[in-house]
Design a protein around this ligand. Structure first.
Ligand code: NAD
Length: 256
């Protein structure tokens, strides 16, 4: 097991990609702290892991709030003594709207959670890893961080910025044997994708799904588990010399 004896923290661990990553980290032997703003959801993920013999603790926190971030970091260090892997993943889609009509409050919310939340995670987890002289962070960007996403200005801007943050952090902390990478998923079958389909075409969301799938070389959406496996690999010692990468997991969507 690639994460045997290690401690992993996952934000947005209550659902979707984060939940799949919590389960994958636990399956590989890690103790997991499941962070989410949704208390019931993170408790459910932690319970599912505990029921199968793993070790997982739920911690409710809003990643956009500095005090909450400092609390989940302190809780993990107080409980398990260290943080080996950090999946900095919580994010929201915001609204679907032309840029020239994009609501300012929504802009602030998306940037606050996706970008400031990712920054705060790095800001408070990296010192722990630097002190350990080892650790690995995986930030969740998106294909929308590598190409534009019309009608999703805040989301796309936040995800491009996460790639910039990832590269900058990688450049700063590599000398401490701490690695920082990003994953860039394409459309993955989660609540977020369903929500986007409904916002893009409220009358016929399945038409959006069909069009997305038709545009993808693999002819399907990805599964959360398929992202989770790459995340665990990047966080493991198997990826020891991977630093500052933005790893596409999109079935080839942006290759064509
Ligand atoms: N699903 C996709 O197609 C896709 C593609 C590319 C990138 N992503 C990214 O993957 C990440 C996970 O998305 P998902 O598809 O699993 O979505 P999801 O909505 O299923 O899960 C997101 C989780 O984050 C939590 N969360 C939201 N705001 C939070 C906050 N302020 N503090 C703490 N937790 C918070 C939610 O409660 C939820 O449990 C996001 O960063 C998203 O942008 C998703």
């Amino acid at each position: 097991m690639s994460m045997e004896g290690k401690v992993a923290v996952v934000t947005g661990g209550g659902n979707g990609i984060g939940q799949a990553a919590c389960i994958a980290f636990a399956r590989e032997g890690a103790k997991v702290v499941v962070v989410d703003i949704d208390r019931a959801a993170c408790e459910q993920t932690a319970a599912a892991i505990s029921e199968t013999g793993g070790v997982a603790h739920a911690f409710m926190a809003d990643v956009s709030q500095s005090g909450d971030v400092q609390s989940y970091v302190k809780y993990t260090v107080d409980t398990f003594g260290r943080i080996d892997a950090f999946f900095n993943n919580a994010g929201i889609e915001g609204v679907v709207s032309p840029l020239v009509e994009y609501d300012e409050a929504n802009w602030d919310r998306v940037i606050g959670i996706n970008l400031k939340g990712t920054f705060l995670g790095l800001r408070y987890v990296l010192p722990v890893m630097i002190a350990q002289k080892k650790g690995a962070v995986v930030n969740t960007a998106s294909v929308a961080g590598t190409v534009g996403a019309p009608n999703m200005a805040a989301y796309s801007a936040s995800k491009h910025a996460i790639i910039g943050l990832t590269r900058t952090a990688a450049g700063e902390v590599g000398k401490h044997s701490v690695r920082v990478n990003a994953v860039c998923p394409g459309p993955i079958k989660t609540r977020m994708m369903q929500s986007l389909e409904s916002m893009i075409n409220p009358a016929e969301p399945t038409a959006v799904a069909k069009a997305n799938v038709a545009r993808n070389p693999m002819g399907r959406y990805g599964e959360a588990e398929e992202v989770a496996r790459v995340v665990v690999f990047l966080a493991s010692d198997e990826a020891d010399y991977v630093n500052g990468a933005a790893w596409l997991i999109d079935g080839g969507r942006t290759a064509i």
